[in-house]
Ligand binder design. Structure first.
Ligand code: G3P
Length: 218
């Protein structure tokens, strides 16, 4: 399973990349707005691409397919690693097909149902982003959707890669892996939670204390 980080914060991306586990980045307008005041968003996306050297999602905001495609072309020019996030609406679906014809990679986003997932794959989306956390928030089991999509995509050998998105905690990552998701996009905080274990901390402290008793040097 590939790990993407779900942030537009360059420092967080640098830190995650230094862990040697980072395969890509997902951003959205909300995440970019959090970085307001830190420079031009296109420069920020370029820097992120240079750090990651893998797929970096940037989202279009146009109302219709034609506008989305115009925006997508501009975003795609920033770097060869840019993938265009397109909301799975009627117009978004049209835009996905049009961008595929131009050889521009897409990430169908704001996906909440298996029907949306089927349509995105049929239209030729490179990636699909079902939002598990927001489904959980609405009293639906987000991971049930991932399992359904995994089965459907396997049945028909669809090439669209599933990115489990709107991840809120480490259990989402475990369940994504059990469901066979291709990718999980994780907020920086959750990466920290995945690493941390109290028994590890206790063990490190005990070994350090005992090493001091030995009085040796490595
Ligand atoms: O990748 C999509 C993600 O950014 C949405 O997360 O927490 O806003 O539902 P959230």
């Amino acid at each position: 399973m590939k790990f993407f980080i779900d942030t537009a914060n360059v420092e967080e991306i640098q830190e995650a990349a230094s862990l040697g586990i980072l395969d890509g980045v997902t951003t959205n307008p909300t995440l970019l707005a959090r970085e307001k005041g830190k420079g031009d968003f296109k420069d920020m996306l370029k820097k992120i691409c240079e750090i990651v050297q893998g797929p970096v999602s940037a989202e279009v905001v146009g109302d219709d397919a034609k506008t989305m495609v115009v925006e997508a072309r501009k975003l795609a020019k920033i770097d060869k690693h840019i993938v265009i996030k397109v909301p799975l609406t009627m117009e978004g679906l049209k835009a996905i097909g049009m961008l595929k014809a131009e050889g521009i990679g897409t990430n169908a986003t704001l996906v909440f149902s298996p029907t949306q997932a089927i349509l995105a794959a049929k239209a030729g989306a490179s990636f699909l982003s079902p939002f598990v956390g927001r489904l959980d928030d609405a009293s639906h089991y987000g991971m049930d959707l991932i399992r359904q999509i995994a089965t459907i995509y396997e049945n028909y050998e669809y090439e669209t890669e599933v990115i489990v998105a709107s991840v809120r905690n480490p259990l989402h990552v475990v369940e994504a892996a059990l469901a066979g998701a291709d990718i999980v996009t994780i907020p920086f905080k959750v990466i920290g939670q995945m690493i941390k274990h109290p028994l590890t901390d206790i063990g490190v402290k005990k070994f350090l204390d005992d090493w001091k008793k030995l009085g040796a040097e490595i």
